[in-house]
Design a binder for this molecule. Structure first.
Ligand code: PMP
Length: 421
């Protein structure tokens, strides 16, 4: 029998296909910029390898013992003996991985244990653990605000917040960084009826500045919005229980703040993300959220270390005090040397040194590395207003001697790069 396919005769001459457009061509400017930078004799600031990590505050880089001042290991939990023991036990008893999603075979005892520890830490009725903090924002924002609803976010929000907005179907409205007035103005222009989620961060990680959450939440509630606060850079050392900037400013989960996003990759000292809420329908999120459902869950050793670390952070008062002491001393020391800093006062455990341009930032970064100090280079588009930064994140386990050494190293490197006199 004749089929439709057979009846379509092939053309006598095959039509010449156009040459494949090289999709990698879009990287040309970026690669050229990197080649130019590397050929100027500097090391690649984005190619650092920790050959050995010797403590929460030191590692071997290119054979040299180096002080770590750019790791977000705020509470120094990565080498805590109880945390390591919990991870080792879980690895031995439950194996190296879960092979699947939380929704199917990927929920093990310690995922539930980590969620219980978080509920206790935040005094909350609900906690959902994600595979990273990035996915916690991606999933929560895209799922909570749907078609016809609104997400209102600070212009300097973290990439994961922006990507959560892109992934969802809600309308997106941005307001000027930390401007309560602009937030109020923009909310005032929106229709009253639709659901709205205002997304804020406790600490903004590039400059280390904190949000005026009290005032912002007041405005958000006046306009009938729900509020999500990302407390990635404050967990463990802001507020009486270490819950974050919202707690330090006297705000209450379930009354003022509806959802808290956090991560295990900073103060907790491992990897993973989470969302916390007191809302009675919070579990609905778990069953609707694609970045939670369609990915493998965290390995048992990771959630076991997270659960132990979160519980220890509840009583880590000495560490908190040491972290703040270190942060204040470093901020004062660098300010005293004449550096332009991200904040006038020491507001968080991030101290950002603002530099003129990429060349100055990289020269100074390299001088510090050669002297035995690792800090982060941050550049646009990650940074606000096109700034180039050397970012320091302080650890509770840095010793007073290390902080003094760091200040001395900055003094020399700043003179060399022409950033200070
Ligand atoms: N939110 C903020 C504010 C962050 O700074 C980060 C990471 N730097 C994240 C979320 C993502 O966290 P994670 O590393 O767990 O993906």
């Amino acid at each position: 029998t004749e089929t439709g396919l057979q009846s379509e005769k092939l053309p006598a001459e095959p039509v010449a296909a156009p040459p494949a457009r090289d999709l990698f061509a879009k990287f040309d400017p970026l690669l050229a910029e990197r080649t130019a930078l590397m050929s100027s004799g500097v090391r690649d600031p984005f190619g650092i390898v920790m050959e050995e990590v010797t403590s929460p505050t030191t590692a071997v880089i290119r054979g040299q013992e180096t002080i770590l001042l750019g790791t977000y290991n705020y509470m120094g939990m990565t080498f805590d003996p109880d945390v390591i023991a919990a991870g080792t036990r879980a690895l031995e008893r439950f194996g190296s991985g879960t092979n699947g999603s939380r929704m199917l075979n990927g929920t093990f005892r310690d995922h539930v244990e980590a969620e219980d520890a978080l509920k206790e830490f935040y005094g909350a009725s609900g906690a959902i653990v994600f595979s990273t903090g990035y996915q916690a924002n991606l999933g929560t924002i895209s799922t909570m605000a749907g078609r016809g609803e609104y997400v209102i976010l600070d212009a300097d929000s973290h990439a994961s917040i922006y990507d959560g907005c892109k992934m969802g179907d809600a309308e997106i409205v941005r307001f000027r960084h930390n401007s309560v007035e602009d937030l109020d103005k923009r909310l005032g222009r929106l229709p009253k009826e639709p659901g709205k989620l205002v997304v804020l961060e406790g600490v903004y990680s590039m400059l280390g500045d904190i949000a005026p959450l009290r005032e912002m939440v007041q405005v958000a509630k006046k306009h009938g919005c729900m509020v999500l606060v990302d407390e990635a850079h404050s967990m463990g050392f802001f507020g009486e229980h270490g819950r974050g900037v919202y707690e330090a400013q006297g705000l209450v989960l379930g009354e003022d703040v509806d959802l808290v996003i956090g991560t295990f990759s900073k103060s907790v000292g491992t990897v993973g993300g989470f969302c916390i809420s007191n809302h009675p329908k919070f579990e609905g999120l778990r069953f609707s959220c694609r970045p939670y459902i369609f990915t493998a869950s965290l390995p048992p050793s990771v959630v076991a270390t997270a659960a132990t670390s979160v519980r220890k952070l509840m009583t880590a008062h000495d560490k908190r005090a040491r972290l703040w002491d270190n942060a204040r001393r470093l901020h004062a020391g660098l300010k005293g040397l004449g550096f332009a800093l991200g904040t006038e006062t020491c507001d968080s455990a991030i101290v950002a040194v603002i530099l003129q341009d990429q060349a100055q930032a990289v020269v100074m970064w390299q001088a510090l590395l050669e002297a035995g100090l690792y800090v982060n280079v941050a550049r646009p588009p990650a940074t606000p207003s096109g700034t180039f930064l050397l970012r320091c994140s302080i650890c509770a386990e840095h010793t007073s001697e290390q902080i003094e050494q760091v200040i001395t190293m900055f003094a020399a490197a700043g003179r060399l790069a022409g950033a200070t006199k």
